[in-house]
Write a protein that binds this ligand. Structure first.
Ligand code: SIN
Ligand code: FE
Length: 376
């Protein structure tokens, strides 16, 4: 192959990579992103082995996050301090390092990180002028040495990848903040309402299992979990004398209790952008609606009630029946299942009840052996 055609094919690879990076930006799992970037780099640089290192600023260390052709466990170390070894040096200076004669490199940390390599190319991951890590490539597949052209190409690729990686890291942080804020809201309700502490979490787990069994996709299952964990959030706005009352509510107290649906919808409407919470808003508002129109607050019927609200309605009723409340003993799982079946079609969506009964049968009516969610 001539140099020109070789370069042309590399440019083609490069545009393929850029396409792949666009997709990577949409993914959530940071580990997949690390691996994706590294795999592309390995393919283009035709490297035998490679490792991707990420600078963890808070801890002041560099951590091996992904590898190709070798495993991060097989490295002599998976954490380095800044300046330590060739990777540490590249992270410190932001300059790529190309070593083709490893035997002559006195710096023991080079050999120490890649004892069998004869050719090592290490490039910084630079995003918006900041170093976020490095990629180290060890030996070319064909046994040759990396040259300055490999170095130039790798630097360009690393630049593109770094930007995408940086965005993904920020996205990951925002996502974690988002999830922890949902939890914080549920915890706030638990603190206000010790009588039903843990209720939201259990309802969310039941709802998620139903969603999964209905073959909703992962995104919908996550949104369902989120909607379910927040379904009673409006109780934050119910005064203590009603919320914490251990005996039955009077009619007028119950009327006030019912407003937790509208309060919940109002609280969740405050979160922007609204569209991320629309299903949670609807579920908070409509989880007490019943199929025959006997529910509240809007007396909706059948499929006028959104799917998530119908699912949470079943999960909520089941948990209310099976937990010991001050004013009720709590039914056995089988008794509660029989009650759901009795009210199938009239109060509860028949298909959802059937699915939930299947789930209960699969775990022999033993809630302890319920599968754990991996929703959040
Ligand atoms: C609740 O939302 O769990 C209590 C209100 C009701 O039972 O309708
Ligand atoms: Fe409720």
């Amino acid at each position: 192959m001539t140099t020109i055609t070789k370069l042309e094919s590399k440019v083609k690879e490069l545009s393929k990579l850029l396409e792949a990076l666009k997709e990577l930006n949409a993914a959530i799992d940071l580990q997949d992103i690390f691996q994706g970037i590294l795999d592309q780099m390995v393919m283009i640089a035709e490297a035998k082995e490679a490792t991707l290192w990420v600078l963890e600023k808070e801890k002041n260390q560099i951590v091996a996050k992904a590898s190709s052709g070798t495993s991060t466990e097989s490295l002599p170390t998976s954490t380095l301090s800044i300046g330590e070894g060739i990777v540490g040096k590249v992270v410190k200076t932001g300059e790529a390092e190309l070593i083709t004669d490893t035997e002559n490199v006195i710096n023991s940390s080079v050999a120490y990180l890649s004892p069998r390599s004869t050719s090592i190319l290490t490039v910084p991951l630079l995003a918006k002028g900041q170093i976020i890590g490095a990629i180290q490539l060890n030996d070319k597949k064909d046994g040759g040495h990396f040259d300055t052209r490999d170095r130039e190409l790798a630097v360009i690729l690393a630049e593109q990848s770094a930007l995408s990686l940086h965005n993904s890291q920020m996205y990951d942080e925002l996502y974690k903040m988002f999830v922890s804020m949902i939890r914080m809201l549920a915890e706030a309700l638990d603190a206000r309402d010790p009588l039903t502490k843990g209720h939201s979490e259990r309802v969310a787990r039941y709802a998620w299992l139903i969603g999964k069994r209905m073959k909703l996709d992962a995104q919908d299952c996550f949104e369902l979990y989120q909607a379910a964990i927040l379904h009673d959030i409006g109780k934050i706005g119910i005064e203590d004398r009603i919320l914490r009352k251990t005996t039955g509510l009077t009619e007028s107290e119950y009327e006030l209790m019912k407003t937790h649906t509208e309060i919940g919808a109002r609280i969740l409407s405050a979160i922007q952008p609204n569209r991320f919470f629309q299903k949670s808003i609807d579920t908070a508002m409509l989880h007490h609606e019943r199929m025959d129109g006997s529910g509240y607050p809007k007396q909706l019927k059948g499929e006028e009630i959104p799917l998530f609200a119908r699912i949470v309605g079943v999960a909520d009723a089941f948990d209310a029946m099976t937990t010991v409340r001050t004013y009720s003993e709590g039914m056995s799982v089988r008794e509660a299942a029989a009650e759901l079946i009795r009210c199938k079609g009239s109060l509860f969506d028949a298909d959802i009840v059937d699915i939930f009964i299947e789930i209960l049968e699969n775990c022999s009516y033993d809630l302890q052996s319920f599968p754990k969610t991996d929703a959040v």
